[in-house]
Ligand binder design. Sequence first.
Ligand code: CO8
Length: 258
Amino acid sequence: MSEFETILVKQEGRVGIITLNRPEALNALNVRLGTEVLAAARAFDTDPGIGAIILTGSERAFAAGADIKEMAPRGFADMYVEDFFSGWDELARVRTPLIAAVAGHALGGGCELAMICDLIIAAENARFGQPEIKLGVIPGMGGSQRLTRAIGKAKAMEMVLTGRTMGAEEAERSGLVARVVPAAELMDQALATAEAIASMSKPIAMLAKEAVNIAFETSLAEGVHAERRLNHSCFATEDQKEGMVAFIDKRPPNFSHK
Ligand code: CO8
């Protein structure tokens, strides 16, 4: 995957790792970076040897937002006709579990990108925010929607209207991040979580992710109904048999990921 210019891609066991790599711009998200992240994530998603994906940045910045220099000269027609940044919606359709390992700035599109992932593990120095209003715009990669669902209206409204940023501790307290870890341990901890997920059956992990995500789109009754159907479909897999027989035999399961 050496054709990439703005990201680094590697595999550790069953975990795919995508590292945003535009240090000169604090990993600002330009069009090329978006295309590359999506291509790498899609390749991992369809690889049966990959069971979880980590998206990360540098110690200084996960991503400091959409690339302001790229956006500044554009007009409404450019943004609208290109449907600018709608490509990021495709990342939300990746079915393999996605973990954001966030250190430093996760601002604007950076915060939105972390929230597109299924869970966020934050270093102690992580800072989250939607400062778009200070630039005369509003979030455009789902921030007003996902932040509100994650931390509730009061805090989301405050952040989107004032542009104030939130540290890692507050982000954990507010439900935005799953866990805060010392900065030096960020990748080890993210990898341990990713490996734990990747050791499960891939189709079952995909079904679990699908079930949780249904909670964001539907009523409780419909969500519970959908969950039950997804649960029933687990029983069509080899891994359900293996998981349950292994428990009864008092041994660890050996999932085929089928
Ligand atoms: N875009 C482009 N370049 C950036 C960005 C960015 N978002 N952030 C930082 N950079 C560049 C700087 O311009 C600087 O480059 P240079 O050395 O050439 O001047 C380099 O990165 C280092 O940045 P700083 O010198 O500013 O570093 P500091 O440590 O002093 O400050 C900050 C770090 C606080 C993160 C600061 O850089 C900053 O405020 N950045 C902008 C944060 C921001 O406003 N983000 C939101 C952007 S808008 C957005 O994300 C909208 C998303 C949705 C759009 C969808 C449209 C449909």
